[in-house]
Design a protein around this ligand. Structure first.
Ligand SMILES: Cc1ncc(COP(=O)(O)O)c(C=O)c1O
Length: 488
């Protein structure tokens, strides 16, 4: 197909060219009533594009015209059979995919470290999760890939499972052996859903790892906004093959998405797809060597570690996605949180995230050589100051020694836990109760407790140690874990 075409964007701009009395929603009427401050900053044109399902602009929920054409072009670009625009992020696609693959009470195998939208999917679908444990790389403070043997074991123990969910690449760039995982799932008649929130750009350069759709996924949920250049919140769900009932999927997408989808978001998907499909290869051809150079400079900086290709082959890591720089100054005893904050505050380098060990810099189509130089210069300056300071030069390196205990048994499904009566109780009284919340300490960022699971003695002790050490906790209403929500 001609990937230079942008049918939806063209229809929107054509519409704007026509003189009409705008007696339709939204109330700002082609930008007339937008705050003057905002218009002075942003100009007029962008607001004129904020249209609704007018003549010639198609309807996302029943696409048959320009949106359908734009979605077909997206399917062609990513090698899917059918693609669906999402205006509520990949989160909405993940929920719709889970609802389409597993009905209430049916089993779905999900990685324990999946994004929280998977828990939303479990709550809304009523599916029963079987949690698969990724391979944890304790010394590196890193979650490795999903071992194929772990999936094979769970499939054998749960022959009634209907679907398998996988995340690849992970936030830290770790790719699992998606082909073998998908093959295992298919052998058992399961639908294979891939979360490619962080990996939708990999389809556009041969030096990047293979994409999940190429490797056998039936559904791929992709945050086009994160890695392929569309506006925040705009994503695409792709389908390949015939294992998934697309009628049911459409119904679930209607359930998850607004009846007033933004034409700005959808046009941005149309344009981003055209851009990455036509220019992406050249952009990555120039960018990837710059990223590798930056990583080399960082690796040459005393005390700094950078994740890369050397991870492959260990801890179920099948490939490494290189368009992110994950660095650590843990050998100086500096936590990733602190390094992130220093870079932001003192050097104007705003990374994506800092965790206990690492700072995660997400790069992409718009990254420049200057951005990379600014990062490497800043890190070099921080490292030389640390090395020069006698008090910190010999700091103890950070280690992560608390191993995650065995996963607690599930008392009720996440859906039952979500709708149950709950009470917030002191943490000290929580042993033996059923957690109503997800609690994921960093590191490793794997939920110790999911909604509906027993707070076993050993899990309580583990979380108590981390709570006292003031480790970051994702998920609980009380991040200090002085209290916890349990089923009442
Ligand atoms: C692994 C993963 N999956 C899914 C999502 C959800 O994507 P979105 O923000 O597009 O809803 C995220 C967001 O951070 C993510 O990191």
């Amino acid at each position: 197909m001609n990937q230079f075409k942008t049918p939806l964007y063209d229809a929107v701009t054509d519409y704007i060219g026509k003189e009409r009395a705008p007696l339709f929603i939204p109330a700002h009427k082609l930008g007339r009533a937008i705050h003057p401050k905002w218009k002075a900053f942003a100009g007029d044109a962008i607001f004129k594009m904020d249209l609704c399902e007018l003549e010639g602009l198609d309807d996302l929920h029943n696409a048959g015209d320009v949106i359908a054409e734009a979605q077909k072009l997206a399917a062609d670009a990513w090698g899917a059979d059918e693609s669906f625009f999402l205006i509520n992020g990949t989160s909405s696609g993940i929920v719709a995919a889970i609802c389409s693959a597993a009905a209430p009470g049916e089993k779905i195998i999900v990685p324990r470290n999946a994004h929280k939208s998977v828990v939303s999917g479990l709550i809304i679908s009523g599916a029963e999760p079987v949690y698969a444990m990724p391979d944890i790389w304790q010394e590196k403070g890193l979650i490795g890939g999903m071992p194929v043997a772990e999936l094979a074991r769970l499939l054998a123990e749960n022959p009634d499972a209907k679907a398998v969910f996988a995340v690849s690449p992970s936030y830290h760039g770790v790719c699992s052996d998606i082909k073998s995982l998908a093959d295992k799932a298919h052998e058992r008649g399961c639908v294979f859903i891939a979360d490619e929130a962080h990996g939708n750009h990999v389809y556009f350069h041969e030096s990047l790892p293979d994409g999940a759709l190429t490797l056998g996924a039936d559904i791929s949920c992709q945050s086009t906004h994160k890695m392929s250049g569309s506006l925040t919140q705009s994503s695409i769900l792709h389908v390949r093959g015939n294992r998934i009932d697309t009628g049911r999927l459409r119904a679930n997408l209607r359930l998850m998405q607004s009846t007033s989808p933004s034409y700005l978001l959808m046009s941005s998907l149309d344009l981003a797809r055209s851009h990455i499909a036509t220019a992406g290869h050249d952009i990555f051809a120039k960018l990837l060597p710059l990223i590798e150079d930056a990583k080399e400079r960082l690796r040459a900086t005393p005390g700094i570690d950078v994740l890369g290709e050397e991870l492959v082959g260990n801890h179920a890591i099948y490939a490494y996605e290189p368009t992110r720089i994950i660095l650590s100054a843990r050998r100086f005893g500096i936590e990733g949180y602190e390094l992130y904050e220093t870079l932001r505050r003192d050097y104007g380098v705003e990374a994506e995230f800092g965790d206990y060990f690492y700072v995660i810099c997400v790069l992409g189509l718009g990254t420049t050589e200057q951005d990379l130089i600014r990062l490497t210069d800043a890190v070099s300056d921080i490292a030389s100051k640390r090395s020069a300071s006698a008090s910190v030069a010999n700091a103890e390196p950070l280690i992560w020694k608390e191993a995650l205990p065995p996963l607690p048994p599930m008392a009720v499904t996440p859906r039952e836990a979500h709708f149950a009566e709950t009470a917030r109780i002191p943490w000290n009284e929580a042993k033996g109760k059923i957690s109503a919340e997800l609690i994921a300490p960093y590191p490793p960022g794997i939920p110790a407790l999911c909604p509906g699971e027993y707070i076993t003695d050993e899990m309580w002790e583990y979380l108590d140690t981390l709570r006292r050490a003031k480790r970051h906790m994702q998920g609980p209403g009380d991040s200090e874990l002085a209290t916890v929500a349990v089923l009442g």
